[in-house]
Design a protein around this ligand. Structure first.
Ligand code: HBI
Ligand code: FE
Length: 288
């Protein structure tokens, strides 16, 4: 299988990784025995950095599920995580060489199979990497697959992606994925909390997402979100806040076709912009 350029966000990336040995569905074996002590140590350093940041900022469901990864001391075996994940929500972690074409990606999600990249970033990429690597996928995405409602949303998102026709729909679904699964915030009794994997796996964006006065934080509104552009190479300028994972799951229930048609005839909204009369939810709200 050759590595084909994959759209990731609004960019097209020729992914890193060895695609020569993956199956037709892009899954491959996790080369666990080949990870070096240096890679295990780098993974553990990334884990420790995030563990100093996420308590009190990540949603409770994420923090509660983290121990299931058993990843404090180094790279876990995906099969070992699946022993706990499968009974919890029917999901399993599968290994992939890296970014895969949308159709394959949606197909895996629809089957409750979450693709986790097998390669880990280099030490010099400790602070920032554009492409999703093993740490981003495993630490950022897998804990919330233990949360039943969110797990159902991820499966519904995959099924929706398989139904989506044509590029425009994929562009809108990419925005939905970006502004929820990757960079979503959620309201809690203690204030705003993070559930987006792109934030939770980032050294700098955890604080930025909750506290930066440069960012806009608006309530989740699907038609508005589908018009919202984003950047993949900077901290986000706009964050969407959901009230609950149930709200997110319910949003995927209706047929999206009219939503795509509506978004296609309305102007796009640049990242960081507010619509007239749109409230920035951060103002005056305890975001600690
Ligand atoms: N492939 N392995 C992998 N991981 C992703 O997060 C991913 C992908 N392919 C496409 C993609 N994400 C995005 O374009 C989604 O919005 C579909
Ligand atoms: Fe991701």
């Amino acid at each position: 299988m050759s590595s084909v350029p994959v759209t990731y966000g609004e960019a097209s990336i020729t992914p890193r990784g060895d695609y020569a040995h993956c199956d037709a569905d892009y899954t491959c074996a996790q080369p666990w025995a080949r990870y070096t002590p240096q890679e295990h140590a780098l993974f553990a350093r990334l884990y420790a950095r995030q563990m100093a940041l996420v308590p009190g900022r990540a949603c409770e469901e994420f923090v509660r599920a983290l121990p299931h990864l058993r990843a404090q001391r180094g790279i876990p075996r995906f099969d070992d995580i699946n022993v706990r994940l499968k009974p919890a929500t029917g999901w399993e972690v599968v290994a992939v060489p890296g970014l895969i074409p949308e159709s394959a990606f949606f197909g895996l999600l629809a089957a409750r199979r979450f693709p986790v990249t097998v390669w880990l970033r280099r030490p010099e990429e400790f602070d920032y990497i554009v492409e999703p690597d093993l740490f981003h996928d495993l630490f950022g995405h897998v804990p919330l697959l233990f949360e039943p409602r969110f797990a159902d949303y991820m499966q519904a998102f995959g099924a929706g992606g398989l139904k989506a026709q044509g590029q425009h729909a994929l562009q809108y679904l990419a925005r939905l994925y970006w502004y929820t699964v990757e960079f979503g915030l959620i309201r809690s009794d203690q204030g705003l909390r993070i559930y987006g994997a792109g934030i939770l796996s980032s050294g700098g964006e955890v604080a930025h997402s909750l506290h930066s006065p440069q960012a806009r934080r608006v309530r989740f509104d699907l038609p508005r979100l589908l018009r919202s552009r984003y950047r993949i190479d900077t901290f986000q300028a706009t964050y969407f806040i959901i009230d609950s994972f149930q709200q997110l799951f319910d949003a995927t229930a209706p047929d999206f076709t009219p939503l795509y048609a509506q978004a296609a005839v309305q102007p796009e909204i640049e990242a960081g912009m507010l619509l007239p009369r749109e409230v920035d939810e951060t103002v005056g709200r305890e975001t600690g």
